[in-house]
Ligand binder design. Structure first.
Ligand SMILES: NC(=O)c1ccc[n+]([C@@H]2O[C@H](COP(=O)([O-])OP(=O)(O)OC[C@H]3O[C@@H](n4cnc5c(N)ncnc54)[C@H](O)[C@@H]3O)[C@@H](O)[C@H]2O)c1
Ligand SMILES: [Zn+2]
Length: 442
């Protein structure tokens, strides 16, 4: 009570594209009365009965919603059982002083006396502690709902630790298995080696420690081994902390192309420990910065100007919200492809010798120019030090036409109305797209 649920709840529902339901409002509507009147006229016991009925009905609904439930409801074993069965519970952190300040002026039946309020708060503390996650504000709520925590790597505990060999050596990771550094690990052969070496059971948890490549491989092995075991992601690059570790896409490459085999399999938890980033090479840092700039353009905020921990938290929360709204990539998640249609073509035409971050930088400039956002394009060019690449123009154009996300042979672009407002599935005349692609090539 007084933690700010009725402000945060609707905001979170908006961010996740879900309905917001307040159990108190359902009780009030059904009783044709207010909560205070029910308390005053019929007593707390009568309210708790109505609250239990309402909460159980709300929790039995199939459509995912954000549900506001008062702390008192947790005293009901039936409500607690329904929460455990069908909800992810989030505690809104507050102190008793903050909460009292918020409720003292209101007409809440259980907030009429400060000593009683404190006793109630302390009495319920052990129930609150059982929540699946906790948060203070909106981004924190989104991250908690997506299972993302900013915490030391030691918080990721599992049965089998699988680490990028380079990261394991640099950061003294005691790994059960190591995998080759970076993209070279994303092969069917490496997946098979892990499948055949794992001595895990259905209840096991795999812990993946490394960049996006390691997480993609281990997540895929977790999705497929014994038809699916749980896994935890411990991302060690900036790319992985702001992008690859979030959203549940896992997979490996084939000789025919990147990420051609995979599965959606969300990690049970993603533990972001920014102390890993200290050992990143200049190139890996630049790869991450390009994704941060992409995220900032989609969010309409200059996220790249924040300091590392806050920048990571905000970018991760942005991606988490998009992925929670569209978990299987059937709609608006396509916005995360901003700049990537061009980037993939440039990378493929260079046989992957152009680093991803450099390609994304060029791709973002192309998308901004086609969006008519020249000032933003200039700024990104400057910020990422974007330089044209030396590749064959025809090879790049053919690679662009083969884009995985094309529909009926026509390239679907993500552009921006303005920063913060993406436009998906934009089809432009070929000559316009080709001339922008050509401008990225030296
Ligand atoms: N699943 C997704 O949603 C998603 C999203 C974006 C990218 N990805 C994938 O992620 C991969 C790229 O991942 P990445 O950019 O994180 O890099 P990476 O995993 O390929 O690693 C790149 C290099 O950085 C090294 N490295 C990792 N952590 C380090 C650290 N803390 N200090 C020093 N060196 C470190 C690695 O050993 C490797 O040499 C691609 O395969 C891409 O397809 C997946
Ligand atoms: Zn990318």
């Amino acid at each position: 009570m007084g933690a700010g649920k009725s402000t945060l709840g609707p905001e979170l529902a908006g961010r996740l594209g879900r309905e917001f339901v307040s159990v108190d409002d359902v009780v009030g509507a059904r009783a044709g009365s207010t909560i205070s009147a029910i308390f005053d006229e019929q007593g707390e016991g009568a309210f708790r009965t109505l609250e239990e009925e309402a909460a159980l009905d709300v929790l039995a609904q199939r459509a995912p919603a954000v549900v506001e439930l008062g702390g008192g409801g947790l005293a009901s074993p039936a409500i607690r059982a329904a929460l455990a069965e069908s909800a992810f519970t989030l505690r809104v952190e507050t102190t008793v002083e903050e909460a009292w300040e918020r409720v003292a002026e209101t007409d809440r039946p259980l907030a009429r006396d400060p000593d009683r309020f404190r006793a109630l708060y302390e009495g319920r503390a052990s129930l609150y502690a059982e929540a699946d996650g906790s948060c203070r504000e909106l981004d924190g709520a989104v991250l908690a709902a997506a299972g993302v925590v900013l915490a030391p790597r030691t918080e990721a505990e599992g049965d089998v630790v699988i680490a990028d060999e380079h990261v394991a050596a640099l950061h003294q990771i005691e790994a059960t298995f190591t995998v080759p550094a970076g993209e070279t690990a994303k092969t069917a052969a490496e997946a098979e080696r892990l499948w055949r070496s794992l001595r895990a059971n259905r209840g096991s948890t795999l812990v993946a420690v490394g960049g996006g490549s390691t997480l993609d491989l281990v997540g895929f092995v977790a999705a497929t081994y014994l038809r699916g075991v749980s896994w935890l992601a411990v991302p060690t690059t900036l790319v992985a902390q702001v992008d690859a570790a979030i959203g549940g896409k896992t997979g490996i490459d084939l000789p025919e192309g990147k990420n051609l085999v995979g599965a959606f399999h969300w990690p049970a938890r993603t533990v972001i420990d920014t102390s890993f980033l200290g050992t990143l090479s200049e190139e890996e840092r630049a790869n991450g910065l390009a994704e941060v700039v992409k995220t900032g353009l989609l969010a309409g905020e200059r996220l790249w100007e924040l300091e590392t921990a806050e920048l990571g938290r905000r970018c991760a929360a942005f991606k988490a919200a998009v992925c929670l709204r569209d978990p299987f990539d059937r709609g608006e998640r396509a916005q995360l492809n901003l700049g990537h249609t061009f980037a993939h073509a440039l990378e493929a035409a260079s046989s992957y010798s152009v680093p991803h971050g450099r390609a994304v930088g060029l791709g973002l400039v192309a998308a901004l120019r086609l969006s008519g956002l020249g000032r933003e394009a200039d700024e990104v060019e400057e910020l990422l030090g974007v330089e044209p690449v030396r590749i064959d123009r025809n090879t790049a154009w053919e690679a662009l036409l083969r884009d995985k996300k094309s529909v009926g042979g026509r390239v679907q672009l993500v552009l921006l109305e303005t920063p913060g407002t993406p436009r998906l599935g934009v089809e432009l005349p070929e000559d316009e797209v080709r001339s922008v692609l050509d401008s990225l090539i030296a």
